[in-house]
Structure formats: structure tokens, C-alpha cells
Write a protein that binds this ligand. Structure first.
Ligand SMILES: [Mg+2]
Length: 437
């Protein structure tokens, strides 16, 4: 039986609940509900006007209701009188198919029917910058190779440790924090889990990190490429498929014959990701700015750490997919703007397509893809910009079948509008290069 939220409020001294949802553009939206009203909200959901968020709705649509998932209950560690709840959108008594958390639930249900359960972990990189966004916040963080810089990390100890302590308190199992490859950039890692739980935590982590940074007079950004000369914000995912009980990793090779320690099922799943990845790029790299991170020239540190072609490898970070260890792979394409739910839904949908069609990922490559003139002949390229990516998504029958035409069409429609808006804006670059034409 689902937890009784009114009871939880009494036991945990919760005065307010944030009933929240993530829209198609990844924006976290919420209503702040006093504990006295939570029983009714748990039953009927919190009401929203869908058109007011990034969802494919008009002002004439009826009320949309966000039904909170009690499993996701998260007391804000820095304000325990408030608890956060992820929710599923409903309208006219039915789930809103073109909404991210519902889309992920659909994929989980499809996997469950086949006896699978996807577990995953995400690595959310972020920058700590000045509140006005103009520059990184630490003027002494200037090393050419700043990755793992102990001094720069410790100058931000107050922020990083507060976020890490919060994750400890929430039982997420955080295990390491570091300064990343760009000046001003950090990464914090916590345990992998069922993909829905990871998606909820991903959404909450972004909120929490922004909030705690703000409380320290800073700003956290997950923008894919905030500074053109520095490494961008990736959001790599580590993925494995388990049996229904969650006890057996089905990606683990049992024959002892596979060099990377992956099972046949894992290769089929991987084959599905490789087959569908161009069409998924608009989900994994959802903004105009995303395409300045992938396919990018070398950064100040010497490497972008992001992929430039569709390839997979063993423990080699220059490829789109890395197999760092037995029984899992790391997909390195996604960036900080990726929608936490569509990220997981996209991977699972592609993987299930790979299993259903026994897709072959081809041969693994062991080359250094960042070396000048690296061999990319025969490899599929990643879309060069958001419009390219949207077109690939629109054309993908496999994605429409897996994720549902409603979701794919709504998403592409809104993203096209966004692209058109961007294309109409006149940039500083254009003025600099064209004013005297
Ligand atoms: Mg990283």
C-alpha cells in the first residue's frame, strides 16, 4: 500500500510539500502544498495549466493533475520542514503520454514485461560561477589542467561538502567528489539504482545543487558548454540490465569468453543504442548550446572528453560508449541539459529495440579518437546542431514505436519552435562577421 503522506507529515514534522514535475524541456515545476491539504492532493493530484509549462498543450486544455509518487518523498536536507515529491502528470483521468516521467514509466513497464529492470547511475557535471553568469566564481582556478586540483576543490569545500552531506542524509550513497576538467567545474558521484529512482535523484540533485550554491552566494550551472575554451558539462550514464528481482546483472558475461565481460544481451542492448543514437541526440543533447560540447575542438585542458562519432570501446574515454568494467557500459553522449527522465527513457527504449532486433553494435575500436586524423571512416557521425538532431528524431520509426508517437511528435514540435526562435535571433558573431560585408 502506498505511504500515507499526511501520516508522514506528522511523523517527520513536514509542514509543506513541493509537488513537482519536470516538463519536456527539463524545467522543474511545482506547487507548494501545506501539509493540511496533502491527503486530497495525494488522491487527486495538484492542478496545473499544461500550456503554462513546456508541454504540447493549448490554453483551452482542461486542468492537468500532478499525482505525487510517495516513493520519491525527499525532505530537503537544508529545510526539513519541506518535502519534495516527484509526480506523474494526468489529464481527464489518464496519464499524459507526452510527459517525461510517464514516458520513463512506460519504458520500465515494457522492460518489466520481458523480465528486465534497468539500473543506472548518472554523473552530473556542473560549474560554480558568479551569480551574473559572466565567469567562474574562483578567480584563482586558472590551471591549464585543473582536473582533480586539490586546492581548487578545497576552496569550494563549503558548497561541495554541504551537497555531499545532504546526499549522505538522504541515503543516496555518495562516494566521491572532485574538481573536473574545466576551471570552475565539479562532479559528485552517488550509487546507481533503478532508473526511475536515479531519474528522480537526478532532477532533485540539479535543484539541490543550484539552491545550495545560491545560499553560498554562487550560481551552479549544468549548461552543456558555458565557456567555449573549456570542457563542457557532460552527464554520462552507466547502464546495466538486471533480472526482475534485481539480484542478477544480465549484462555480465557468464561464459568467461568476452574480453570486456559483457553478455550477448548487453551487446544487443548496446547495438540498439548505437543504432538509434542519432535519433536520440535531441533528447540527450537537447539545446542549441549542446552541439558546442559534442563535435568540439580541443579545449584548454587538451581534450573535450565528449564524443565526436558513434563508436564504442573498452576502457577508453575518447569513444561515445566506454565499457569500463564487466557488466555495464557508460554512455558519454548526454550533457547537463538532458532531461533526467527522457535520458533514461531514451536509453531503455533504444536498448529494448536492440534486444528485440538482435542489433549488432559492430566491432569495438581501441583507437584514440582525439588524435589528429583519428580514423572515423565508416562510423556514423553525431548531429552537428539541434535542427539536425530534431530531424533525425522526427524520422525515426523505431523511436516512435518505442517511446510513442505522441511523445516524439510533441517533443519535436516544441523543439522546432525553440530552434526557430534561436534562428531568428541575431548573434554577436553574425554582426562581427557580416556588418561590413
Ligand atoms: Mg566527469
Amino acid at each position: 500500500m502506498a505511504q500515507d503522506l499526511a501520516q508522514e507529515a506528522k511523523q517527520k514534522n513536514i509542514r509543506y510539500f513541493l509537488i513537482s514535475f519536470v516538463d519536456l524541456f527539463g524545467v522543474l515545476r511545482a506547487k507548494l502544498v501545506p501539509a493540511r491539504a496533502i491527503s486530497q492532493m495525494q488522491e487527486e493530484g495538484a492542478g496545473f495549466a499544461g500550456f503554462a509549462a513546456w508541454l504540447d498543450m493549448t490554453p483551452a486544455h482542461p486542468d492537468m493533475f500532478a499525482l505525487p509518487d510517495p516513493e520519491s518523498l525527499t525532505q530537503l536536507p537544508w529545510k526539513p520542514e519541506v518535502a519534495w515529491l516527484a509526480s506523474d502528470l494526468h489529464m481527464n483521468g489518464a496519464p499524459v503520454e507526452a510527459s517525461p516521467r510517464v514516458a520513463l514509466r512506460r519504458q520500465i513497464a515494457r522492460a518489466e514485461k520481458l523480465g528486465y529492470r534497468m539500473k543506472s547511475g548518472v554523473e552530473c557535471e556542473y560549474f560554480l560561477i558568479q551569480p551574473d553568469g559572466a565567469a567562474i566564481s574562483d578567480s584563482r582556478d586558472t590551471q591549464e589542467k585543473p582536473c582533480y586540483d586539490q586546492s581548487a576543490l578545497m576552496r569550494r569545500f563549503d558548497v561541495v561538502s554541504q551537497i555531499c552531506d545532504a546526499m549522505i542524509q538522504l541515503n543516496w550513497g555518495p562516494y566521491q567528489n572532485d574538481h573536473e576538467d574545466a576551471n570552475g567545474q565539479f562532479e559528485m558521484n552517488w550509487d546507481y539504482d533503478d532508473c526511475l529512482r536515479t531519474a528522480d535523484r537526478h532532477a532533485f540533485f540539479k535543484y539541490m545543487t543550484r539552491q545550495i550554491a545560491e545560499d553560498h552566494g554562487l550560481r551552479a550551472t549544468f549548461m552543456p558548454k558555458p565557456f567555449s575554451h573549456l570542457t563542457g558539462n557532460g552527464c554520462h550514464a552507466h547502464v546495466s540490465l538486471w533480472d526482475q528481482s534485481g539480484a542478477k546483472n544480465l549484462f555480465e558475461d557468464e561464459t568467461g569468453r568476452d574480453e570486456l565481460g559483457l553478455s550477448k544481451l548487453a551487446y544487443e542492448f548496446l547495438g540498439g543504442v548505437i543504432h538509434n543514437v542519432e535519433a536520440l541526440a535531441s533528447f540527450f543533447n537537447p539545446t542549441v548550446n549542446s552541439y558546442k560540447r559534442i563535435n568540439a575542438p580541443r579545449t584548454l585542458s587538451g581534450a573535450t572528453w565528449s564524443p565526436n562519432a558513434v563508436s564504442y570501446s573498452g576502457n577508453n574515454r575518447t569513444h561515445m560508449i566506454r565499457v569500463p568494467d564487466r557488466g555495464r557500459f557508460e554512455l558519454r553522449l548526454m550533457d547537463g541539459a538532458a532531461n533526467p527522465y527522457l535520458l533514461q527513457a531514451g536509453i531503455l527504449a533504444a536498448g529494448l529495440d536492440g534486444i528485440a532486433n538482435k542489433r549488432d553494435p559492430g566491432k569495438r575500436l581501441d583507437t584514440n579518437m582525439y588524435a589528429p586524423g583519428a580514423k572515423t571512416r565508416g562510423l556514423k557521425k553525431l548531429p552537428l546542431n539541434l535542427l539536425d538532431a530534431i530531424r533525425k528524431t522526427e524520422k525515426s520509426r523505431a523511436l516512435k514505436e518505442a517511446l510513442g508517437a505522441e511523445l516524439v511528435e510533441s517533443y519535436c514540435k516544441l523543439k522546432r519552435n525553440e530552434w526557430d526562435d534561436y534562428a531568428r535571433a541575431i548573434s554577436r558573431w553574425e554582426v562581427e562577421h557580416t556588418l561590413d560585408c
